[in-house]
Design a protein around this ligand. Structure first.
Ligand SMILES: NC(=O)c1ccc[n+]([C@@H]2O[C@H](COP(=O)([O-])OP(=O)(O)OC[C@H]3O[C@@H](n4cnc5c(N)ncnc54)[C@H](OP(=O)(O)O)[C@@H]3O)[C@@H](O)[C@H]2O)c1
Length: 339
């Protein structure tokens, strides 16, 4: 199953809206005879990828291991369960059940007389497909947020100086993580402060007052979506998609934006902004990547990682749990998930 997870990760960033899946096939002697993975949405599922590389006779009475329950319905490709049955596989080992209610591969395999074992490395398999699980069970876009801060939680000095808080290694890792998500999201304020390129296929910019000119670096690459106050007229620009957005208490309505992203097929978003927008996204945040640099600004007027909320009691705090901590050259990356 560990091998399946590793194979599945080869498709990371390319399978959305589908899950990441890897598959290993063993013959009746327990020898590995084929592996496969889902490389991209629209391409073969992992089981099909692995099975089509071998002759059915070689797999007869063998075992198929896969991190997600095989599909039993017609999507872009025919059901994997049919191919598994056709190949005469005797045992199927599954990491986790498919959260898509349309899928009932386990029943179909059992009905065909196949021995099915489920829940192997289930927690690891669920972690691998955390985005897919949220998409399927809650019908919404998964929200991840990245921040790079000093030890005292500051992301810039009071005059906006922030280059660079963290080391080159940590920043490179930030870019790797960004590529895992369907889109990045930032604010007009951060665009104006840093004029970042933020290389990505899809970019979401929150610009309530339409204050950004298309000359900013961010607009020079990728598909850009600008969310702005619905009372303003959307500019005509063939390279930028403008979306009229309701405003609540003077702020763009994040719930509306997330709903619209889901409708557009953007299944995960990576927020990279300053403390004001980060604070607004906290209630919707599934995962946080918090880079911490060994510096202390100790300046009350420096900008915070998260802002805008009022708490009178420690229990008012948003609660997360640490899922991982990684070391870089000089920095630390804390990965947290919503409780
Ligand atoms: N170290 C890091 O990880 C990192 C990452 C990014 C940026 N930065 C730094 O952060 C600084 C900017 O941070 P900041 O806190 O001042 O600004 P910010 O959080 O980037 O942006 C805040 C602005 O976003 C707009 N916005 C749109 N919808 C919103 C909503 N629903 N809720 C809240 N705001 C919304 C608002 O502008 P409107 O009123 O116009 O709508 C608001 O003023 C820059 O200096 C940049 O260098 C650091």
């Amino acid at each position: 199953m560990n091998m399946c997870i590793e194979l599945a990760r080869k498709g990371e960033g390319k399978t959305s809206p589908n899950p990441m899946v890897g598959c290993v096939v063993l013959n009746d002697k327990g020898e590995i005879i084929s592996t496969g993975y889902h490389s991209k949405a629209g391409e073969n599922h992992a089981e099909r990828d692995a099975l089509l590389k071998i002759n059915p006779e070689d797999a007869k009475n063998g075992t198929l291991v896969v991190n997600l329950e095989p599909c039993s319905h017609y999507g872009k490709t025919p059901p994997c369960t049919d191919l598994i049955i056709e190949y005469g596989i005797k045992n199927v080992v599954i990491g986790m059940k498919d959260p898509n209610p349309e899928v009932d591969g386990i029943t179909k395999l059992k009905q065909a007389g196949i021995n099915v074992i489920t829940g192997v490395l289930e927690k690891e398999c669920e972690e691998l497909n955390e985005v897919f699980i949220v998409n399927q069970t809650e019908k919404r876009t998964f929200v991840a947020l990245k921040t790079a801060a000093t030890l005292d939680g500051k992301i810039a000095t009071s005059n906006g100086s922030s280059k660079w808080i963290t080391s080159e290694d940590a920043r490179a890792e930030g870019k790797n993580i960004r590529a895992k998500y369907d889109a990045i999201l930032t604010s007009s304020k951060t665009v104006k402060a840093d004029n970042p390129q933020m290389f990505h296929g899809k970019k979401i910019i929150l610009d309530r007052t339409l204050s950004l000119s298309p000359d900013f670096e961010i607009f020079k690459q990728g598909e850009c979506f600008v969310y702005h106050d619905e009372r303003l007229r959307s500019p005509q620009n063939s390279n930028i998609n403008y979306i009229k957005t309701p405003v609540k208490s003077g702020k763009l309505d994040i719930k509306f934006i997330l709903g619209d992203l889901y409708e557009k097929g953007i299944m995960s978003v990576f927020v990279e902004a300053g403390g004001i927008l980060n604070g607004s996204f906290l209630p919707y945040c599934d995962k946080i990547y918090n880079f911490v640099a060994p510096r202390i600004l100790a300046d009350d007027s420096a900008k915070n990682s998260f802002l805008g909320l009022t708490a009178t009691c420690i229990d008012d705090a948003y609660q997360f749990r640490f899922v991982d901590v990684k070391r870089f050259e000089s920095d630390v990356l804390c990965i947290l998930k919503k409780i």
